[in-house]
Design a protein around this ligand. Sequence first.
Ligand code: ARG
Length: 492
Amino acid sequence: MSKILHGGRLSSVREDVAKFTSSRKDDERLANAVVEINKAHVIMLIEQQIIQRQDGAKILCALQKQSGAKLDPNAEDVHMAVEEAVLAETGAEVGGNLHIAKSRNDQVTTAIRMQLREELIVLMQKVTMMQQSLLDAADKHTNTIILEYTHLQAAQPVTFAHYLLSHFQALQRDFERLQGAYEHVNLCPLGSGALATTSFPINRKRTAELLGFSAVLENSIDAVGSRDFILETQGALALLAVNLSRFAEDLIIWSSAEFGTVELPDEFTSTSSIMPQKKNPEALEVIRARASCALGDFVASTAIMKSLPSTYNLDLQEVTPKLWATVDNLSASLSIFASLIPNVKVSANVEGKAAAGFVGATELANMLAAKYHVAFRTAHKIVGALVKSLVDSKKTLLDATPELLSKIALEAAGVKLKVKADDIADCTNPRRLVETYLVQGGPAPVEVQRAIKTSAKTVADTESKIAMLKKNLADANGNLNRTLESYAAQKG
Ligand code: ARG
């Protein structure tokens, strides 16, 4: 327990218990925010004439000298460390009023929110960077054909650009979720005190404004006791992690010789200590595993919260490090993933794989329906029987002939069919197939080029939204410092 909390209600302290319950190490990340909060609080106390102007000025001067690095690492928590530092500088008569009309309960959640705003901005920037790197890669691959799979079975051909854009779109939702979380984070609990505000005539709007919050988080019980802004952030990050993990999983599988769809850049892989042929997709494997850790940390936080009585309980302290763990986890994964994307190579021989995988079968059925007026369900049956017969005789779709198709159509569906060889050939050419998938959101090169253009606009929008958030924080901080300097000069 901190020195300044000694000698009151409690007679003795056990060092091991104090160490066990201390958040001091985890608080490191909050130190600067806590100093800023104290500055804003003191300015407000002066303006509301709750403390003497000259005393306030002395406290502000003491606060100006504080920074995370200088604070006592052995204090109970960072809140006590700041107060102790100010007391040491100004003496008990003056510094003893720093804690008028506030509590660690409102202060800590305000500090987490302030730090989290910064972290969310960085995360949003990283999501946007990854989106940009997807767009750049997509631009180079609008004509690169790959196979896509359902149930891990070859399904239909697409362009690699189309595949990359699927992740762009998911990341856009991730961005929007982080943006939504930011709005709930950017509300100011300060002034809620321990849980019931205070009898001092404080001005909550003023501290909220000085600290760059968009508004006051009004109800004081909710303000000190809720952490759903953390769960919301961790939830958004857990979904982001799931998206990254699935992307990683695709590339891991596709980089195997069995799939042979992509080749990963050497620097993101490693070899085996015994098997010299190995090129293991290790960076992606770590991203996939860390996604599971993000889910675990989200569950840990949610589990801490779910049965807590209202207002403040020290359990809340244990949620905060889970938040930072999730933030750091996703921040690192996004950086690594974004830098891997530009150097992924796409392997050739899609034609051979497409034929062996019978990926033209759907189009063959479509063609029978469109050109030969066979009902789609019947066409599906005929083509299914054709594929079975080709598989049984160890052939591919390239071996399908009009004669074989006529024979099978009659046997399987009682349909008389005379199909041109060219019509069959058209269905077995994966590039041609992709070019026909022209529908909005499809893989045809022209459609993907259109999608890339729209997506580039989305990125530009996103970047200006982030710039606005940064500007709001920088403006508030400039205003806080200017106000502080003018009050600090009035020491008398
Ligand atoms: N270290 C605490 C936390 O991180 C700060 C608030 C402590 N409040 C209290 N009444 N013990 O949540």
